[in-house]
Design a protein around this ligand. Structure first.
Ligand SMILES: *[C@@H]1O[C@H](CO)[C@@H](O)[C@H](O)[C@H]1NC(C)=O
Ligand SMILES: *[C@@H]1O[C@H](CO)[C@@H](O)[C@H](O)[C@H]1NC(C)=O
Ligand SMILES: *[C@@H]1O[C@H](CO)[C@@H](O)[C@H](O)[C@H]1NC(C)=O
Ligand SMILES: *[C@@H]1O[C@H](CO)[C@@H](O)[C@H](O)[C@H]1NC(C)=O
Ligand SMILES: *[C@@H]1O[C@H](CO)[C@@H](O)[C@H](O)[C@H]1NC(C)=O
Ligand SMILES: *[C@@H]1O[C@H](CO)[C@@H](O)[C@H](O)[C@H]1NC(C)=O
Length: 405
């Protein structure tokens, strides 16, 4: 068994190594926006199916990777762009079309809960604590009370926090950004472990989307122009909700009806499978779940360990595994989503990239859908969201670009 884990790590290092090399080959861009819109393409051969080849080259590559990791102090953002796919083409090749841009500013530490709460309570353009389901779960709507007649795009934000922590009041600045940019922001709280399990969380995300569709017009939102973003565990819950609803799978004993049409589903650094490979990556090469790195708080860490233990290798909570049971082209209407946008960042040591890639593969295999894969170099697991909630221009612009693209 040890050998298998070692091979996984080597393969991951190999993949990172190819990325590091590719970055050096790409020209620089000045602006994030330019990078996002740029057509520049770089072809890289990254086929994860090509195991033999990978293993043959692994020793040399690991040496190179280690060298590159130590030499590579650039903080460049690299964007792999843009794949609007219709049919099953060679995904791996198409996914690797990176462009590169300038160094982002360093991420600041977000406010403490108390400071965030104070900002939240003093923020004006918000409707607070609207109950959206029968359990009394609440959400906030960020909107301009002086202009509720023009129809504005709506962005729902499902925060991350390892399914065990976080609170909507910490994301006021994200809601404020949306409001300032002439959007409507919807940020719910949802049940967290151990007060609920994944099906309860999925229910909350599902109800949030339904509530938004049915109620957002009174705040000036366009119900036909709703996007939803999930980060980390939030991305997992969004993906799981969309897929369960798209397939009409039972959740907490109730068959989910199709969701309203969504303009964009934006998934930032999400885990979509809880298998051995994921655990090994997440735990930095060990399979000891007692050392989960996604949270520093020992209490949260213990809860996360428990949760992952419950769902380890569970086919019903992994969007990838659910789709693997489906035949090619068997899902109709593209899950009722116009386009999926996947974002992954090179310095994410918590979630492996294969998580995003495998989900893309399964989505377009079962329901040829429009999607985009954005690969950002130099950012960690939470850089984008932390950048937004500390009011960094680059990240605010990046967030808006990603959701409106
Ligand atoms: C971790 O690896 C050890 C040794 O390979 C194995 O005995 C153990 O069952 C593994 N634990 C888990 C949780 O997979
Ligand atoms: C990718 O592989 C093909 C064939 O295996 C080869 O012709 C091509 O040069 C390779 N591209 C790069 C960038 O290595
Ligand atoms: C709204 O909910 C937040 C928690 O998300 C809470 O801290 C705050 O006190 C509530 N505000 C009101 C007016 O109920
Ligand atoms: C936990 O993981 C970190 C990072 O991989 C490592 O540095 C640390 O030694 C590990 N701690 C234990 C108790 O295994
Ligand atoms: C389903 O699609 C995959 C990849 O898109 C392809 O490799 C496979 O052969 C297809 N299977 C069938 C039964 O058509
Ligand atoms: C939906 O919102 C986007 C911005 O996110 C905007 O570009 C687009 O024009 C809107 N679509 C419609 C039909 O209003």
């Amino acid at each position: 068994m040890k050998n298998i884990y070692f091979t996984y790590i080597l393969v991951l290092l190999f993949i990172l190594g190819i990325k590091a090399k590719a970055i050096n080959e790409i020209e620089e861009e000045d602006e994030l926006v330019n990078a996002i819109e740029s057509d520049k393409e770089e072809e890289i051969n990254l086929s994860e199916n090509d195991d033999d080849n990978i293993i043959n080259n692994v020793v040399d590559e690991v040496v190179n990777v280690v060298k590159e990791i130590f030499n590579n102090n650039d903080n460049d953002i690299e964007i792999e762009d843009e794949i609007d796919s219709d049919v099953d083409s060679d995904i791996e090749e198409e996914m690797e079309t990176p462009t590169e841009t300038e160094i982002p500013t360093e991420t600041e530490i977000p406010d403490t809960y108390e400071a965030a709460l104070e900002f939240y309570e003093n923020y004006e353009n918000i409707a607070r604590n609207i109950t959206y389901n029968n359990d009394g779960k609440t959400l906030d709507v960020y909107y301009n009370p002086l202009d509720t007649n023009t129809k504005k795009p709506v962005n729902i934000y499902i925060f991350g926090g390892s399914w065990v922590s976080n609170e909507k009041v910490k994301f006021t600045r994200l809601g404020a950004l949306l409001e300032r940019e002439d959007h409507i922001g919807v940020i719910p709280n949802y049940v967290l472990y151990p007060n609920g399990l994944f099906e309860d969380m999925v229910d909350n995300v599902y109800q949030t989307i339904q509530w938004t569709y049915n109620n957002i017009e009174q705040y000036g939102g366009d119900k036909d122009n709703i996007t939803i973003t999930g980060h980390s565990s939030g991305a997992h819950l969004v993906a799981l909700t969309i897929i369960k609803a798209g397939l009409g799978i039972e959740n907490n004993g109730v068959k989910l009806e199709p969701l309203p049409y969504l303009k964009r589903v934006i998934l930032l650094n999400g885990p979509y499978i809880f298998n051995q490979e994921f655990i090994v990556y997440t735990l930095g090469g060990s399979n000891d779940t007692s050392n989960a790195t996604s949270t520093d708080d020992p209490k949260e860490q213990a809860l996360l360990t428990e949760l992952i233990g419950i769902y380890f290798d569970n086919d019903e909570v992994s969007p990838i595994q659910i789709l693997k049971k489906m035949e090619n082209d068997s899902v109709k209407d593209h899950f009722n989503v116009e386009k999926f946008t996947f974002v992954y960042t090179s310095e994410d040591i918590i979630i492996p990239e294969f998580s995003a890639k495998e989900l893309i593969t399964e989505i377009i295999r079962t329901s040829p859908s429009q999607y985009e894969y954005i690969y950002l170099q130099g950012l960690d697991h939470s850089s984008i969201i932390n950048g937004v909630i500390t009011e960094k221009d680059e990240f605010e612009n990046l967030y808006m670009d990603i959701i409106t693209k």
